[in-house]
Design a binder for this molecule. Structure first.
Ligand code: KG4
Ligand code: ZN
Length: 336
């Protein structure tokens, strides 16, 4: 059988990324140009700056992905690209580049959903993982509990009503003076803190077992900080960070374990930027062991935005027959 090479492009937020994936699960190259330093100055991603930087970097990143993989564009089987959800201007850069390359080289074009990419990151290092399973996708823009019924077949059973998990990490980090990007910083300082120092709420959402809500928790942290300031009490950054982190993790683990048991599945996976959180991984490891579940998670480099995950998802879409036309557009609120 002939090898299938997917050239994948990802530019939905602040990472300009390209990758070559062979036969679905073998990553031959994974090039990521991160713009984080550029946005740190503003305390978050500035969409216009992100788009401009993508334009500057996209060709170099794609060329490097091909040369790192040691293949030519002519050897590529198909071009896959994230076309949503994400920042529209940022997405458009990747979509336009992928369309131009695929058109010029006479290759099929496969549009990929960003969340499908995050979920598919689990296939890279877990060669034995096959659907069905349940995946918790927690990133800067999303908190979804997804039943992965088959490749490309998903049912979202839980979503956030307000802030995404990563967004809560970023906002709380800013409030306690840790700066941007908040997730990795909270992760680090929490190791020195007491997670039981401050009791923050674990929000239940009316009418849904699996939906999340993190804005109440964020407000509780802000109220706690305000009241300390008013009383002249100095806060312990590490304790607040660890207590907040524990509150997020408790809810994520609770909902996830309930879902796995209700859907009678024995495999559970995590994905997205927040899935690289060390305390979260440890908590899921423990919960899955207790419940007799197989636990899957990507390495940190495949948790945060990358194009290898888009290449994997693109492969499964490609072999299913998904093809997009030259009119493929960026869809900022694309549904899974
Ligand atoms: O998946 P991702 O790179 O981009 C989106 O698709 O949103 O996720 C980025 C998010 C940010 O909110 C960042 O703070 C969070 O993931 N994050 C973490 C950690 N590393 C990244 N959150 C908690 N702990 C971490 N170690
Ligand atoms: Zn993402």
């Amino acid at each position: 059988k002939e090898d299938i090479y997917i050239l994948a492009v990802e530019s939905s937020c602040d990472e300009t990324a390209a990758s070559v994936v062979r036969n679905g699960r073998e990553v031959l190259s994974n090039v990521i140009y991160s713009q984080i330093d550029l946005h740190t100055l503003y305390g978050g991603v500035v969409p216009e700056i992100a788009s401009r930087k993508h334009i500057e970097k996209i060709n170099q990143v794609i060329e490097k992905a091909l040369s790192d993989a040691g293949i030519t564009l002519q050897q590529v089987t198909a071009v896959a690209v994230t076309y949503g959800p994400g920042l529209v201007g940022a997405l458009l850069v990747g979509v336009s580049a992928a369309k131009a390359i695929a058109f010029a080289a006479g290759k099929p074009l496969v549009g990929v959903h960003h969340i499908e990419g995050h979920i598919s990151a689990n296939y890279i290092e877990n060669k034995d993982l096959v659907p069905p399973f349940i995946c918790l996708v927690v990133s800067g823009g999303h908190s979804h509990l997804v039943v992965v019924k088959d490749y490309g077949e998903y049912e979202i059973i839980g979503r956030t009503r307000d802030d995404a998990a990563g967004e809560a990490f970023d906002k709380v980090a800013r409030a306690i003076g840790l700066g941007y990007p908040g997730g990795p910083k909270i992760d680090r300082v929490s190791r020195e803190g007491n997670p039981d120092a401050v009791v923050f709420p674990r929000a239940k959402v009316d009418g849904s077992t699996y939906d999340f809500s993190f804005s109440g928790l964020k407000s509780a942290v802000l109220n706690y900080l305000n009241s300390c300031e008013m009383k002249g009490i100095e806060i312990c950054q590490a304790d607040v960070a660890a207590s907040f982190q524990k509150a997020v993790i408790d809810v994520l683990v609770g909902h996830s374990m309930e879902a796995v048991s209700q859907y009678h599945l024995k495999k559970f996976a995590i994905a997205g930027g927040v899935a690289s959180n060390s305390a979260l991984r440890a908590a899921f490891e423990e919960a899955c062991r207790k419940n007799g579940l197989e636990f899957y998670h990507p390495s940190p480099i495949y948790c945060t935005d990358n194009a290898a995950m888009i290449g994997v998802a693109g492969y499964y879409e490609y072999i299913k027959g998904t093809r997009h036309g030259w009119d493929l557009n960026a869809v900022p609120n694309l549904k899974l």
